[in-house]
Design a binder for this molecule. Structure first.
Ligand code: GAR
Length: 212
């Protein structure tokens, strides 16, 4: 799992795994930010977690760093690479090494508002509904095939912070649900179309929002 921030999506997934809702384990957490919450959260749970020095660029990894990233993930024999707030664009070699196995969460209803600060983009645009998207990663920016989406209302009194907080809550439901389906082999892909082969549970949400 890769992240640059506080790691709340990592926590949601780790807790869903611990609760037996996802048949998987987090093998490794890597971050381009040494002081990131995601590394602290992973270490607190005894999950191997390392800082990946990103090199001289601001928005992507330097070639050596990307090579090291691929090597570390391959050594850990990961089946799936989850991006959870990883704020650098991943390039060709990485995409080739894990083709079709890289998943990202984005804080808007894609294809609306790709890129940075998507919740602020939504607020500034004046949409009444936004949300979050879990999608496969391809060579574009937030452009890969969509696995799942969850809506979030935009309220008149919202600030960028309050809206992002509500989107975060939706992310903590959506991401574990999508990862569980992937881990159970319930997801198939036909071009841009991602199919959920097994029907979603009829009653109740197996991933209710976590209590603060
Ligand atoms: C999440 O809101 C995620 O959607 C966003 O960063 C936040 C990370 O939060 N990702 C992007 O904006 C990627 N373009 P977290 O560190 O608490 O999981």
């Amino acid at each position: 799992m890769l992240g640059s921030g506080q790691g709340s999506n990592f926590v949601a997934i780790a807790e869903a795994i611990a609760a037996g809702k996802i048949p998987a384990e987090v093998a490794l957490v890597l971050s381009d930010v040494e002081s990131s919450g995601i590394l602290t959260q992973a270490r607190q749970r005894g999950i191997p977690a390392s800082y990946l020095p990103p090199g001289k660029y601001r928005t992507k990894l330097e070639e050596d760093a990307e090579r090291s990233l691929v090597a570390q993930l391959q050594a850990a024999e990961v089946d799936l690479v989850l991006l959870a707030g990883f704020m650098r664009v991943l390039k060709g070699e990485f995409l080739k090494a894990f083709e079709g196995r890289i998943v990202n969460i984005h804080p808007s209803l894609l294809p609306c508002f790709p890129g940075l600060h998507a919740w602020k983009q939504a607020l500034d645009y004046g949409v009444k509904v936004t949300g979050c998207t879990v999608h496969f990663v391809d060579a574009g920016i937030d452009s890969g095939a969509i696995i799942g989406q969850q809506t979030v209302p935009v309220l008149d009194r919202d600030t960028p912070e309050s809206l992002h907080q509500r989107i975060h809550q939706a992310e903590h439901e959506l991401y574990p649900r999508c990862v569980a389906a992937l881990a159970r082999g319930e997801i198939s892909v036909q071009g841009r179309l991602v199919l959920w082969n097994a029907p979603a549970p009829k009653y109740g949400n197996p991933f209710p929002p976590r209590q603060p």
